[in-house]
Design a protein around this ligand. Sequence first.
Ligand SMILES: NC(=O)c1ccc[n+]([C@@H]2O[C@H](COP(=O)([O-])OP(=O)(O)OC[C@H]3O[C@@H](n4cnc5c(N)ncnc54)[C@H](O)[C@@H]3O)[C@@H](O)[C@H]2O)c1
Length: 264
Amino acid sequence: MTQGGEYRVDHSCHRLDGQVAVVTGAASGIGAASARRLASEGATVIVADVVDRGGAEVVKTIVDAGGQAVPFHCDVAEAADWEALRQLVTGRWNRLDILHSNAFYEVRAPVDVLDEADWDRQIAVSLKGSYLGVKALCQLLTTGDRPGSVVLTSSVHALMGLPGRPAYAAAKGALGALGRQLAIEYGPSLRVNMVLPGPILTPIWDFVDEQGRAASADETALKRLGRPEEVAAAVAFLCSADASYITGASLLVDGGWSIVKSGL
Ligand SMILES: NC(=O)c1ccc[n+]([C@@H]2O[C@H](COP(=O)([O-])OP(=O)(O)OC[C@H]3O[C@@H](n4cnc5c(N)ncnc54)[C@H](O)[C@@H]3O)[C@@H](O)[C@H]2O)c1
């Protein structure tokens, strides 16, 4: 799979044939890679995002590759959008196997500078969005012929402090607690797990120059930034029957970023 940083998806893997999946924040980065991976494993994927053009492009790449996907405009912070999504899924497939709750919104500033409205919006998208998604889709996820699966995209920031990201860290830390709560609340009909990405090369890295990227890569044990597809592979695993006895777990996908310490 990986050789000197090269990554290729094994397209012979069909663990999700016939399943239906919702991925949020799916127009870009990790969400887009997750949508493509789940579809390549046989799932029909609802590509949910606020950026309609990006969502349509992701759907096109999936359909062009022989998979099945539909775009859906969903602001994860809006209960009405989730209700519309629930109605679409119920009317069209009447089943839902997977929810990958992945959308986020970030404004970087320390607490004394961060506007209250920016705090609220970050928590609304990055934390409340997962609550609203599970609330809307829970019945569909728990009444299928096998346990449903929810994956929440958290972050290494759930475990470690980094300057300028108070709301982001609070939301990501809370997602771990929420996920564990959901796992015990809805088990055995639902498995709920978290992925905690480290530095993954997505558009949020566009503003970081080569030197900054190299410095972040150097902070990992694997000495490189991760690829969205490498997080998507972990998501697909957690959603598949290969993870049938895994729930309430937090899976780091960070190249060892969180275990590296410099010093003597
Ligand atoms: N890239 C990294 O280094 C990294 C590291 C740790 C965690 N993560 C997490 O991975 C997830 C994906 O990040 P990414 O790097 O792929 O970012 P990205 O910016 O490439 O993708 C985020 C997507 O979320 C969408 N989005 C924003 N607000 C939304 C809303 N209200 N409703 C629906 N969709 C919305 C955006 O339109 C975008 O398509 C996030 O939860 C992020 O916190 C990323």
